[in-house]
Design a protein around this ligand. Structure first.
Ligand SMILES: [Zn+2]
Length: 152
């Protein structure tokens, strides 16, 4: 491949990348506004790069950069619309806890997408169970903050 063709290809790729980036940006703007308008309290998980790449659903649909941009949008829009946005600690085991009884499945690996709680026999979809746990934790933190502010 000649030097000129290579440069053309790179330019084309850059244009395409910018196009995709803009489409995503626009979609995320819409999505973050929709999320903010629909809910008063939003719980966010503090996802590290490692767990993002290991999660097959996320790594296919969303890149690390777009994910953090979406999180940023949700955060600043929460302040515009006077909504609460709570980021959960990285140490919180959102996937491992049974949202029904609180049992902690220590041996849950990233490959396991569905599991049944040995204590209460509830069948879990990994992501849905984690989402419920994150929401419950966000509500708990929010209540703690609200209670703490009373009387000040
Ligand atoms: Zn359970």
């Amino acid at each position: 491949m000649g030097g000129n063709n290579w440069k053309k290809t790179v330019r084309r790729l850059q244009k395409l990348y910018n196009k995709i980036f803009n489409i995503r940006n626009d979609e995320y703007q819409k999505l973050s506004t929709e999320i903010i308008k629909s809910f008063d309290l939003i719980g966010l998980e503090n996802l590290g790069v490692k767990s993002m790449i290991k999660n097959p659903r996320l790594s296919h649909s969303i890149s690390q950069i777009s994910w953090s941009r979406l999180i940023d949008m949700i955060k600043y829009k929460a302040s515009w619309y006077d909504k609460k946005c709570i980021q959960i600690s990285k140490a919180f085991p959102s996937s491992k806890l049974c949202n029904k009884c609180g049992y902690k499945k220590e041996d849950l690996t990233l490959a396991i997408r569905e599991w049944t709680c040995p204590e209460c026999k509830t069948k879990h979809d990994r992501d849905i169970n984690a989402s419920i746990n994150i929401l419950n934790e966000a509500i708990r933190i929010n209540n703690e903050c609200t209670t703490g502010q009373v009387g000040i």
